[in-house]
Write a protein that binds this ligand. Structure first.
Ligand code: F6R
Length: 256
């Protein structure tokens, strides 16, 4: 794992995506939620002002709420269009079908589709305050595939801010890529900012590999980058070591 502590997480994340796209990446994995928004804004700026092109690149989303149509303002299919993909020249953008009559069939179909359009070159990730990635809540199988999950009460409360602070509007169920599906990506790039993520980041980087903190699966992946601001890094025991490693990073280092 590489841990990058920076005042500008969006620049480091945008550099990772820019490098991948300019290097021939054909599939990006996109997260929704607030954490990657500054990264998406920076990539849109680079597209408009610096000629960064996503032509020939397709994208897959991590997850979708069950019961929200892709036109719903808080569906992740709509969120990613409004905040990122409608503003760049990317190709197809795939997401799980939250309206499918049978979510199990839809989840299996989405996992198979990722296998066809993938492997994902770079998977962008956020992290929940309870350590979830995608919507793999604590106790998720570390080798899980795309499936329906029930959100914890904490995640529903965390996400109520997107639903007019009305908990009753937040769906209970989601279709999410599993931890095994996510780990099929060649490079995992997780971004977290703010004090509220500090405990989850410490558990991810320095805790045991455990289903209690699903993001700790990044310890198992051959190429994982964790990009955090000072607040999100504030509970990391070995923060100085991560700074030292990043400052002295060899030019040709890929895996970590
Ligand atoms: C969303 C997703 C979630 C979020 C996480 C953090 O596609 O996969 O894991 O990344 O809930 O959400 P924010 O960034 O809003 O704090």
């Amino acid at each position: 794992m590489e841990v990058v502590i920076t005042d500008h997480p969006e620049q480091v994340m945008a550099d990772i995506i820019t490098g991948a796209v300019r290097g021939g990446a054909t599939t990006l994995g996109l997260a929704t939620g607030s954490s990657p928004l500054p990264t998406y804004r920076e990539l849109i700026r680079r597209h408009r002002e610096e000629g960064l092109s996503f032509a020939g690149v397709d994208a897959v989303l991590l997850d979708e709420y069950v019961g929200l149509p892709p036109t719903h303002p808080e569906s992740y299919a709509r969120f990613i269009r409004d905040n990122f993909t409608d503003h760049i020249d990317i190709g197809e953008v795939y997401s799980p079908d939250g309206m499918a009559p049978d979510s199990r069939i839809a989840a299996d179909a989405y996992d198979a589709l990722i296998g066809e359009v993938g492997p994902v070159d770079v998977q962008i990730l956020g992290i929940g305050s309870n350590g979830h990635i995608g919507f793999n809540e604590p106790s998720s199988s570390l080798t899980s595939r795309t499936r329906i999950k029930t959100l914890t009460e904490k995640t529903r409360r965390d996400n109520a801010r997107f639903f007019d602070d009305d908990l009753d509007q937040v769906p209970f169920h989601v279709i999410t890529q599993g931890l095994g599906t996510i780990c099929d990506a060649r490079h995992l790039a997780l971004v977290a900012t703010g004090e509220g993520k500090a405990a989850a980041i410490a558990a991810t980087v320095e805790g045991p590999l455990s289903a209690s903190c699903p993001a700790s699966i990044l310890q198992w992946h051959p190429r994982a980058t964790i990009v955090v601001d000072e607040a999100a890094a504030s509970k990391l025991r070995d923060a100085d070591y991560y700074r030292y490693v990043y400052t002295n990073k060899p030019e040709n280092q890929a895996g970590h």
